[in-house]
Design a protein around this ligand. Structure first.
Ligand SMILES: [Zn+2]
Length: 316
């Protein structure tokens, strides 16, 4: 009897704790920007593309692919998009020429033309989805540009494909490619280790910032790129995320979170959506760095990790 009561008590406690959200699991969807068919060392573009798609299949997740028109405006690019469409990933807009809306030389009219040019490339796919990702996550250097583009997108029934977890995978990729061009047999272990550590760190940072801004567990969107780095190490990254308590969810599921309806009124506008939310709260705004993510934050730590790895390897 006593045992049964104790089990009942424990069950009751568990239900209360669950309702209190203490066990709410951290969730994130993968979003992939800038699919391309360019030349890189080690793998052909087809091999890179296949490797990324295979990893996503293995983890049974559907992502949002943000297409920059100029990188796929050729027969190879068309074929690449078909492979993603066939696997039912979302095919979304990322402008034609990767324009920076915060640049003073870019007008709203030019930006909209460029948006439309990209749209004409992706509308034919069955998984065409009206989500727009601002290149560089720059949403306007002033309120007029910010609001004009927001109004334009709303009229087009488009939603902002915001990023909640921003990172610099592109920088690790570019450094790794540089090293491979110098020596095609270079050991990539330190790059892989740095990449995984960097994403886990950014994911936990933006998640704790989100808790402070929204007082709940939000559904996150992580930004990574269609790159050699992810062709080689995306599987390791996804395993590491799961081992660190992250549940991988489909992009369509993540974008249902009401956080993605928010339109922070900040100038200049941009960065991660969580960063934007935090920048509107005085106590949090002075903890933020600008830009939120950049190569300048990663340069030294990456160099150090490579050096330490080489030293330890030579010792053994
Ligand atoms: Zn991009």
């Amino acid at each position: 009897m006593k045992i049964r009561n104790s089990i009942k008590f424990q069950l009751g406690l568990l239900i209360i704790l669950c309702n209190l959200n203490l066990f709410a699991q951290k969730q994130l969807a993968i979003t992939i920007d800038d699919p391309n068919t360019k030349e890189t060392p080690k793998l052909s573009w087809q091999e890179r593309n296949d490797a990324i798609l295979k990893t996503l299949d293995k983890h049974k997740i559907k992502v949002a692919l943000f297409v920059c028109g100029m990188r796929v405006d050729n027969p190879d690019g068309k074929y690449l998009l078909e492979t993603w469409d066939n696997k039912d990933h979302l095919i979304c807009n990322h402008t034609y020429s990767h324009l920076n809306l915060n640049s003073k030389s870019i007008s709203c009219a030019e930006y909209i033309d460029n948006f439309n040019k990209a749209d004409s490339i992706i509308t034919e796919y069955k998984n065409y989805t009206k989500l727009f990702r601002f290149p560089y996550l720059k949403e306007g250097n002033n309120a007029i540009k910010r609001d004009s583009i927001r109004t334009f997108l709303a009229n087009e029934k488009y939603r902002n494909g915001s990023v909640t977890i921003d990172a610099s995978d592109w920088y690790v990729d570019s450094e790794m490619i540089k090293a491979l061009k110098e020596n095609k047999n270079v050991d990539l272990t330190a790059y892989k280790k740095y990449y995984i550590q960097h994403i886990l760190d950014r994911a936990n940072y933006y998640d704790s910032l989100a808790q402070m801004v929204y007082h709940r567990e939000i559904k996150h969107t992580l930004l990574i790129h269609h790159s050699l780095l992810n062709a080689l190490f995306l599987d390791d990254l996804l395993i590491a995320l799961e081992n660190n308590g992250w549940k991988l969810i489909d992009a369509v599921e993540a974008f249902k979170d009401p956080i993605f309806e928010e339109n922070p009124q900040i100038e200049p506008c941009g960065e991660s959506l969580v960063w934007q939310g935090a920048s509107q709260i005085e106590e949090l705004s002075n903890t933020l760095r600008y830009p939120g993510e950049d190569e300048k934050y990663e340069k030294e730590p990456l160099r150090r990790m490579i050096k330490e790895y080489e030293t330890s390897k030579n010792k053994n």
